[in-house]
Design a protein around this ligand. Structure first.
Ligand SMILES: Cc1ncc(C[n+]2csc(CCOP(=O)(O)OP(=O)(O)O)c2C)c(N)n1
Ligand SMILES: [Mg+2]
Length: 571
């Protein structure tokens, strides 16, 4: 069906065909008057599949998660006005994490906007920042050009796009023969200039305390990265989204960088004289040594120098650049020696202590460690935002899992819709959601969506009766906790009321039993919620090495501002 369309169609029919032709197989959304013709066309065509959701914000988070797992755009549909406003949060998530996504909003009939008609909103203005293409279709004849532009931008620039279709335009005619082909993969890979590799090698040669810093852009280069670390005897630290990418027990892996990271990562980065950043835009200035020089390897040109000052940008594919770099280095060894071994050992001891903690009430870190041990290889974890993110980043030591999270947008409530989007994108993989009681309640209506579509996911809710992270931050500045506590329902009972399984967990025995009942039953199609009572402990954020957090951060910020004005040398 791709590429041919030998009869006239309505815009609605055309949009459905065009989505399929471009490989969009899933559309999330909530119905509304202004998009009903599209629903009718989806029904008649039978594909892409339509997933009816309980909130447009969650629908867009599902679409974003779908893209994070599959790399392919999903579509999300919302009504004009309130539906489109609710959808925006999830579109921002995709925008900030660079995920392709097609957002279709209905709009008022073309004669209505500006007349204070119900549900009128300036959607072009609202979506301007979060999209790389943002247009209202006013003439059916233009639909092929508009849609093909939008999809090209979404796919090639890995960002959300929005098309508004006024209610009366859905029935306009699109002339026969106008379906556009999905463009073939460009197949363009950057071949990094040997001089850039040479300059990088010279900088590594000069360094005594190099640190490798991996982001998800290093996903295809894990082996060469670890090989380089081993040869140089250099510690590796990584971003939060890169959790699961590197073996947790690798001798050079020091864990996540930053406030929600490990003391080990803080110490090595604080002592480094060279940071080799590979496929990452995650940067925590207060944790990086002021004297460190920075090499950034990234295959996306505009990531270089985007969030941190760079001494040498190497534009290229890490899987190609790292082996070439290693080759040039000969017998070069760092001087980390015992420091790295000690720091690494302290990290291991801390993780082991937490994993063995059986105290009541349950320690959130111990719950996270237990979840890590119970996952099957290749599982997907959809993680929410809050203190539990900190516990996860420190104590979740599973290998070979895929983590998805609201990385740069950091919306509370990502967990459950993220899990649903992930399960639809990778039905063969185990999907587990880890969230707080605040985040769960924000998007919990979607549990019925998981049940409706038979999407087995296990949702582990860390129940501390409060918006924990905000309370931690209040306490950290000496304020009284205020406006952070809430009343919880019995989430296990709620799960059962939705047609899922519910486990109420108070003790370590309950936890073991329910994990070992719920996770294997995912393979049998069981959706579940584990409502886990946890202690109200405040996370201990890592101390930046040397100086206070503020001093180091300020220095780095000033330097960043100054250096971001200068051109970055890119090889
Ligand atoms: C949509 C949204 N609202 C508010 C915040 C601010 N915020 C960040 S963490 C957090 C607390 C989340 O509480 P909970 O889900 O219970 O997790 P906990 O910190 O208790 O582990 C809040 C409200 C946010 N990031 N996103
Ligand atoms: Mg909480």
């Amino acid at each position: 069906m791709t590429g041919s369309m030998n009869v006239d169609m309505t815009v609605a029919q055309y949009v459905v065909r065009q989505m399929s032709a471009w490989g969009i197989d899933t559309v999330f959304g909530v119905p509304g008057d202004t998009v009903l013709p599209l629903l009718e066309a989806l029904r008649a065509a039978g594909r892409p599949r339509f997933i009816v959701c309980r909130h447009e914000g969650s629908a867009a988070l599902m679409a974003s998660a779908y893209g994070k797992v599959s790399g392919k755009p999903a579509a999300v549909v919302a009504d004009s006005g309130p539906g489109a406003v609710q959808m925006l949060n999830g579109v921002y998530d995709a925008h900030m994490d660079r995920v392709p996504l097609l957002a279709i909003t209905g709009e008022l009939p073309t004669r209505r906007p500006g007349t204070h008609w119900p549900q009128d909103a300036d959607l072009a203005a609202l979506y301007r920042e979060a999209t790389v293409f943002n247009h209202t279709l006013t003439d059916g004849g233009h639909a092929p050009r508009i849609f093909s532009q939008a999809l090209r931008h979404a796919m090639f620039r890995a960002r959300p796009v929005r098309i508004g279709v006024p209610q009366n335009v859905w029935t306009h005619t699109v002339p026969a023969g106008k379906l556009t082909e999905r463009p073939a993969e460009l197949g363009a890979t950057v071949r990094t200039d040997e001089r850039a590799v040479e300059r990088a090698a010279a900088m590594v040669e000069e360094a005594d305390y190099p640190v490798l810093f991996a982001g998800i852009g290093a996903a295809q280069a894990v082996e060469p990265l670890l090989d380089l670390a081993g040869r140089l005897e250099a510690p590796v630290v990584h971003s939060m989204p890169a959790l699961g990418l590197l073996p947790a027990d690798h001798p050079w892996n020091m864990g996540v960088v930053g406030k929600f990271g490990t003391q080990a990562a803080a110490e090595v980065l604080g002592r480094a004289d060279l940071v080799v950043a590979v496929g990452t835009t995650w940067w925590q200035p207060e944790y990086v040594s002021a004297r460190a020089r920075v090499i950034q390897i990234d295959k996306t040109r505009d990531h270089i120098g985007l969030t941190f000052p760079v001494d040498l940008g190497v534009w290229g594919d890490a899987a190609d650049v790292l082996p070439r770099l290693a080759q040039r280095l000969g017998e070069k060894r760092s001087r980390w020696g015992d420091t790295a071994r000690r720091v690494r050992q302290e990290l291991r001891d801390e993780v082991e202590r937490m994993s063995a903690d059986r105290r009541h009430p349950l320690q959130p870190g111990a719950v996270i460690a237990a979840v890590g041990r119970a996952l099957v290889p290749d599982a997907i974890v959809s993680l929410d935002v809050g203190n539990h993110t900190f516990w996860f980043s420190r104590y979740h030591r599973a290998d070979k899992y895929k983590l998805i999270l609201s990385g740069h947008w950091r919306t509370v409530g990502f967990g459950l819709p993220g899990g649903i989007g992930a399960k639809l994108a990778a039905p063969e993989r185990q999907v587990v959601v880890v969230c707080g009681d605040g985040g769960f309640a924000m998007t919990m209506a979607e549990l019925t969506t998981a049940v409706q579509y038979g999407l087995p996911i296990a949702c582990i809710v860390l129940r501390d009766g409060r918006y924990g992270e905000e309370e931690t931050l209040q306490k950290a500045v000496g304020a009284q906790p205020f406006g952070t506590g809430f009343h919880n329902a019995d989430w296990a009972a709620y799960a059962r009321a939705c047609g899922a399984a519910g486990y109420r967990v108070e003790t370590y025995e309950d936890l073991m039993w329910s994990l070992h009942d719920a996770l294997p039953k995912l393979a049998q199609g069981q959706v579940s919620v584990l409502d886990v009572a946890v202690d109200r402990v405040e996370p201990m954020f890592p101390r930046p090495y040397g100086g206070t957090e503020d001093e180091a951060g300020e220095w780095r910020e000033d330097e960043l501002t100054k250096r971001l004005r200068e051109p970055v040398p890119v090889g």
